[in-house]
Ligand binder design. Structure first.
Ligand code: 4AD
Ligand code: MG
Length: 465
């Protein structure tokens, strides 16, 4: 029967069984004793399976001896315990079918050696064949499954929010416009000749920066909800932690304050870390060996200890007293930069930290104004190695205060009429947050560039495929 490599190596199949495995050649080594050892990977788990091919096979000289990295192979044989170190079973081949050779093995981009991540970004369509991207892909999947499981177990409902929208959910003007019009080449006096239906049927629309405002509507009826979908930011940040297209998870809870929100964020992250530790030990062992030495131990540590919680004002005082020279100024009223966030989480507390109650003028219009009148009930969760991975807040549920904040930010009330409705019809305190999915993957996998945490990164100057 046809089985995955993961199944073949799992011990669930009896020794001596006849099985077929299918995949791509990693390496081939020939022994003097008339045997070839072909490592075959199908991506189902980290390990490849070793296929032992005897020279008695009829296509041994003509085909097996030509196998190189990347060839597509279907191997049938007997599963036996392996003598080799570090592997449970191997396949003693009775037949090998080659579905596709590699055209020119010398120039095949994915050679069996370590490649630079910069190079692999240029061949994003082939990089899933490497050990690292196989591991990252499986860990990403494990995290996504755990996200849905976490919320499902707690009675949250998954809400699909729109990708094409007219609302700027963050009010920061960082939206990509949806249009197929060639604006640069419009005829001067095009008048009625321009087909504006190509600009979303004549209406100016954008790609969403966050599903939050939409999901608040569902929160204020179903109590516990979340989004998990793609979001887009037209900020021109060419950094190792920004993408123009990324995935975000945004839970929203009714009858909740900032403290409930921070508790949820902490419980959520710990649940995700535990899932990776429990389910992807094989990939995490590779990450620990090749990417980040303490990848496993730090996750183990973080699921045990409570996250630190610091007031923004206190964070400013700590940074000022640190004696550290930062590139950006540290002063009450200024936003924290990555270098500040990393100092706080890496050097000051040495584990994830939740910073709360930021100055109101540096945070979004929907955040709830605190009684001091100068801070809002906002929180950012900072993680070592990356800085902010979660941003959230208690929402402003009082219509008059919300209106005043919208005026202050220069936002058109009419445009946000539907959002104001929630405050007019049965308003309740509520809160939520957004976890950047790729930042989570970067963190768990110890990556140094967010472009390696998503299959096809979109960033300034990067839109191939
Ligand atoms: O802090 P942000 O902008 O918050 C919101 O969008 C809120 N609407 C969330 C909410 O309360 N429901 O973004 C949330 C998270 C950040 O902490 C970061 O992890 C990630 O989204 N993020 C990005 N990830 C990759 N590339 C970018 N350009 C990102 N911008 C934000
Ligand atoms: Mg933020």
């Amino acid at each position: 029967s046809v089985v995955s490599v993961q199944k073949a190596l799992s011990g669930d199949i009896g020794t001596g069984s006849e099985v077929t495995v299918r995949g791509w050649v990693r390496t081939r080594r020939d022994s003097k004793a008339g045997l070839s050892f072909v490592n075959l990977s199908d991506g189902s788990c980290f390990a490849p399976i070793q296929v032992v091919v005897p020279d008695s096979l009829e296509n041994y000289e003509s085909e097996v001896k030509r196998l190189s990295a990347g060839c597509g192979v279907i191997a049938t044989g007997t599963l036996v315990p392996s003598q080799g170190a570090g592997q449970s079973f191997e396949l003693q081949a009775t037949a090998i079918e080659i579905t596709g050779f590699v055209e020119d093995p010398e120039t095949y981009p994915i050679q069996p050696k370590a490649h630079s991540l910069e190079f692999l970004r240029e061949v994003a369509h082939l990089r899933p064949r490497t050990n690292l991207f196989g591991a990252v892909t499986r860990i990403r999947h494990c995290l996504a499954q755990a996200v849905h499981r976490f919320f499902h177990e707690r009675g949250f409902y998954w809400i699909s929010t729109p990708i094409i929208t007219t609302s700027d959910a963050e009010g920061a003007g960082e939206m990509f416009r949806v249009s197929t019009l060639d604006l640069a080449n419009l005829p001067r006096d095009a008048g009625g000749a321009v087909d504006f239906s190509r600009d979303f049927f004549g209406k100016e629309t954008f790609l969403t920066v966050s599903g939050q405002l939409n999901v608040e509507a569902y929160c204020l009826a179903l109590s516990k909800v979340y989004t998990f979908g793609p979001t887009f930011r037209a900020e021109n940040s060419n950094t190792t932690r920004h993408l123009a297209e990324f995935w975000m998870i945004e839970p929203e809870i009714a009858f909740a304050d900032l403290n409930d929100d921070a508790n949820l964020a902490e419980e959520f992250l710990k649940y995700l870390f535990r899932a990776v530790l429990a389910e992807r030990g094989d990939d995490m062992a590779f990450i620990a060996e090749r990417v980040q030495k303490d990848a496993i131990t730090r996750l183990e540590k973080f699921v045990e200890a409570p996250f630190a919680r610091i007031e923004y004002g206190e964070a400013i005082r700590l940074l000022q007293a640190s004696g550290r020279k930062f590139d950006y100024p540290v002063e009450w009223g200024l936003d924290l930069q990555t270098e500040h966030e990393r100092w706080l989480t890496e050097e000051h507390v040495g584990r994830p930290v939740v910073v709360v109650n930021y100055p109101e003028h540096i945070k979004a219009f929907y955040m709830r104004l605190n009684d001091d009148g100068r801070t809002v009930a906002a929180m950012d969760v900072l993680a070592p190695g990356i800085g902010e991975i979660i941003g959230g807040s208690q929402r402003e549920e009082r219509l008059d205060v919300l209106d005043a904040r919208m005026d202050k930010f220069g936002l058109d009330r009419g445009h946000y009429g539907w959002y104001r409705d929630f405050r007019r019809y049965g308003t309740v305190p509520h809160a939520g947050f957004g976890l950047g999915f790729e930042r989570l993957v970067v963190y768990v996998c110890g990556l140094s560039n967010i472009r390696d945490a998503i299959p096809y990164p979109r960033a300034p100057g990067q839109a191939e495929y």
